[in-house]
Design a protein. Structure first.
Ligand SMILES: Cc1cc2nc3c(=O)[nH]c(=O)nc-3n(C[C@H](O)[C@H](O)[C@H](O)COP(=O)(O)OP(=O)(O)OC[C@H]3O[C@@H](n4cnc5c(N)ncnc54)[C@H](O)[C@@H]3O)c2cc1C
Length: 410
């Protein structure tokens, strides 16, 4: 039997960052991960860290994005973890007149709020990214966006936690949680742990852990899939994206009672094309974008990969001639309303959650963990977490039950 002051379940970026920031504040932390650290979404994502800066009135999204960039800098520059972090900037391609009008308005709105974003011509973009198609009507440029190696970075956060005394226990599958007086008795594949405070950071698997506590957590697993070329000489320097999905989702987010907003495919029908990619340090060019509800199935949909590849080649035409070397998929934790869920679990004085980071949890997870650590440590909720309150789902959850499918504990 192990005792933990604070027990964190989940060794992705959200759990690892929470562990680091609690341990750094002198708290006694145990983190349980059923596989290896970074073995799920946090290790297989595209490594894109989206940021537009803080803006003049930083809200939750600014804190999570710009705040996370600062934490990545701390990890890479101050603590010396080589996680392939760099502020590369990002370019988002415009394909049509309608998208151009949308992007122009967006650039205007963002700059009014002091965010770092500009609308540039294809010629200007080619001075930054030489292989961009010169025929594109324009591109959005986000100079302070960044990138990093997701598996290395997530393990870096766990290592930073361990250096402050956190116990990081891989291959510990949490199978049962019981409330035992003021404590939580947590059964794992390697024995029981009794904890004063419990943090759920289990990504797409949070609902199964919530069930153990009789709390229904409206997180839906959404499959994201990616493809990579074989290693190539340096040819892509920024992150590459497209405004197509943003423009389409602004018109119709695609959400309904059982579907979170901003998916690319709903009920088997394509709603839009989403695109993000970059070249990794080892030379692979990686791209992805699709977001689809298929339960906990991580099998690849080859048709979706082909759509994504054709989209990427509309931005970087040389990709038409480069074969796909490998594909993979992972599960993203989407809350039913698309917003993060960070805070105290309804009905529990000492159980917390950090999840719902959806399709951008790599770029937002570090600050999500730091904000939750601050809340747990001080007992005071950072004001920006109001919008991430888990209590907002305390009623009206019936619709969500069918959407997530069966949520296996392993
Ligand atoms: C293909 C793909 C591309 C993406 N690209 C990007 C991107 O470029 N930029 C970006 O910002 N985001 C991206 N994302 C989203 C991002 O990866 C996720 O939002 C983020 O990793 C979620 O982190 P997490 O720690 O909440 O969950 P996870 O990384 O899934 O971690 C949860 C952990 O909990 C563990 N766990 C679950 N149940 C138990 C249990 N019972 N006992 C013990 N441990 C358990 C799991 O094994 C897992 O390791 C992408 C996601 C995918 C799938």
């Amino acid at each position: 039997m192990t005792h933990a002051e604070i027990l964190i379940v989940g060794g992705g970026i959200a759990g690892a960052s929470t562990a680091w920031h609690l341990a750094e504040r002198g708290r006694e932390v145990v983190l349980l991960e059923r596989g290896e650290i970074a073995s799920e979404a946090s290790g297989v994502n595209a490594g894109s860290i989206t940021s537009l800066g803080w803006g003049h009135t930083p809200d939750l999204q600014s804190h999570l994005t710009a705040g996370s960039v600062e934490i990545f800098k701390q990890l890479a520059l101050d603590l010396g973890h080589d996680v392939e972090f760099r502020v590369s900037g990002a370019l988002s391609a415009i394909h049509t007149d309608e998208q151009y009008a949308w992007a122009r308005d967006r650039a205007h709105r963002l700059r009014e709020q002091s965010f770092v974003a500009e609308l540039i011509t294809a010629r200007e973009a080619r001075a930054i990214e030489p292989h961009v198609d010169p025929a594109l009507p324009g591109l959005m440029h986000y100079p302070v966006s960044a990138q990093a190696n997701p598996a290395k970075a997530t393990r870096g956060f766990a290592d930073a936690a361990a250096r402050h005394g956190a116990r990081i226990l891989a291959n510990h599958d949490v199978t049962q949680i019981r409330v035992d007086g003021d404590a939580y008795r947590v059964s794992t594949s390697h024995g029981d742990v009794v904890a004063d405070t419990l943090v759920l950071a289990a990504g797409a698997w949070c609902p199964a852990l919530g069930d153990m506590l009789d709390v229904r957590i409206p997180i839906i697993p959404v499959r994201g899939q990616m493809w990579a070329t074989a290693p190539l000489p340096p040819s892509v320097f920024t992150k590459i994206a497209s405004v197509e999905s943003g423009c389409d989702w602004a018109r119709d987010s695609g959400a309904d009672d059982t579907t979170p907003p901003e998916l690319t495919i709903r009920d088997g029908k394509r709603l839009t094309r989403h695109l993000y990619g970059r070249q990794t340090r080892d030379g692979e060019i990686i791209f992805g974008g699709d977001r689809q509800i298929v339960g906990y199935d991580k099998a690849i949909d080859p048709a979706g990969i082909e759509v994504n590849r054709a989209h990427a080649a509309q931005v970087l035409p040389f990709l038409r001639r480069v074969p796909i070397a490998r594909t993979w998929a992972g599960l993203m934790p989407f809350a039913l309303d698309g917003k993060p869920i960070i805070g105290r679990l309804p009905g529990h004085a000492s159980a917390w959650i950090v999840s719902g980071l959806a399709s951008s949890g790599f770029g937002r997870g570090p600050m999500a963990g730091k904000l939750l650590a601050e809340y747990i440590h001080t007992g005071h909720r950072p004001h920006v977490l109001t919008d991430a309150d888990p209590g907002r789902f305390a009623s009206g959850l019936s619709a969500y039950a069918g959407a997530r499918g069966s949520a296996p504990t392993s």
